[in-house]
Design a protein around this ligand. Structure first.
Ligand code: BGC
Ligand code: ZN
Length: 358
């Protein structure tokens, strides 16, 4: 048997829709792919620019790490039944202490693999075979489309966990968690908007900054969430810091200017989370007063990537419960067929999240 798959050659630009062998793997769950999301990581791999890209075997890698599918067959006692909607995990454990405990998101030696990114074929194909421990169940099949956003949302759930851990440094934060906290989010990509919704749901006040006006879809989501929005190219957004101090900053973009401003404007016991990675090639200058400011303010900088199984489960729970409440389905701005490979080239105007339907 054969199936269609989108494959890439690490280090080479472009992708191909190819026929690859569909080799049944007995003993594990067979999943038919429904949708795969496209993110910046996929586009860097497509451009041949993501240095960490590695094949699983042979010369090519099946692309795709954001997926949702439906179980087509499952061994008895696997805990999965025909028709179950599932989301596969991206990262697979290596042998370190954290990996062995299911926290490969905090792998200590780098010997993990990631589907569609490094060392494991991804999900942009008609079927995949998966071990039950790497599949997350979606409750209501009618939520399959919105739960395509589970993988990007799990990153936000880990950020929330990390902030709650750090906030324990200052006792006052321990007592009421995120309630009433001011969270400033830089960037309005899918991750920025999902962060806005997740933190709003956790009780925070949300302020979003971008250096351009919000698109129509972005505006709909931002107002659905009830967040403030500033276009930093035209608005004096720092004036709002007087009434809404920057207690938590989430950099979902990764350019040095954001880090510089966050260090300067962060309030006492503040936390800066670095998630975006879009700043390659751009430099920054930090003078000693920035360090004094950070010391004096008990500031914490948290780098954060990936997430564990529980974060996927929290993501599914959140998306199923909050889709209608915050208008989250507006995040998915386009559906494409697998033969339309040009969507992998670059982010389109007005795009938040493009999805390939299988
Ligand atoms: C995924 C993460 C992954 C990271 C780096 C992101 O797009 O969401 O799970 O760890 O890429 O490979
Ligand atoms: Zn991604």
């Amino acid at each position: 048997m054969i199936m269609k798959a989108i494959i890439v050659t690490p280090g080479k630009a472009g992708a191909t829709l190819a026929d690859i062998p569909d080799t049944p793997d007995t003993g594990i769950v067979k999943v038919r792919t429904l949708h795969t999301g496209i993110c910046g990581t996929d586009r860097e791999i497509y451009a041949g620019k993501l240095g960490i890209t590695r094949v699983e075997k042979g010369q090519t890698l099946v692309l795709g790490h954001e997926a949702i599918g439906v179980v087509e067959s499952a061994p008895s006692k696997s805990g999965f039944e025909l028709g179950q909607i599932v989301v596969p995990m991206v990262r697979r454990p290596g042998g370190c202490v954290n990996c062995l405990k299911g926290r490969q998101d905090y792998c200590t030696d780098g010997n993990f693999t990631e589907a569609g990114i490094r060392g494991k074929d991804g999900f942009m194909r008609e079927h995949f075979y998966e071990r039950p421990e790497f599949l997350i169940k979606v409750g209501d099949p009618s939520n399959a489309s919105i739960c395509t956003l589970t993988e990007p949302t799990k990153n936000i759930m880990k950020i929330l966990e990390a902030i709650n851990l750090v906030a324990k440094r200052s006792l006052s934060d321990l007592s009421n968690g995120m309630a009433g906290k001011n969270v400033w989010i830089f960037g309005t990509g899918a991750e920025g908007l999902l962060a806005a919704a997740v933190f709003k749901d956790a009780g925070a006040n949300i302020m979003i900054v971008n250096r351009r006006p919000a698109s129509n879809a972005e505006r709909t989501i931002i107002s659905g969430i009830g967040a403030g929005f500033f276009n930093s190219s035209t608005d004096d957004w720092t004036a709002a810091l007087k009434s809404t101090p920057m207690e938590i900053a989430l950099d979902m973009v990764g350019v040095p200017e954001i880090f510089e401003v966050a260090i300067k404007e962060l309030s006492r016991n503040g936390i800066i989370v670095l998630f975006g990675t879009g700043g390659q090639g751009k430099s920054m200058q930090l003078d000693g007063s920035a360090i004094i400011h950070m010391v004096d303010k008990n500031a914490t900088v948290v780098g954060c990537e990936d997430g564990a199984r529980k974060h996927y489960e929290e993501a599914v729970e959140f998306l199923e419960r909050c889709n209608a409440k915050y208008g989250l389905s507006n995040i998915i701005t386009g559906h494409y067929t697998s033969s339309n490979l040009s969507v992998l080239e670059k982010k389109g105007g007005g795009e938040i999240k493009s999805v390939i339907d299988w």
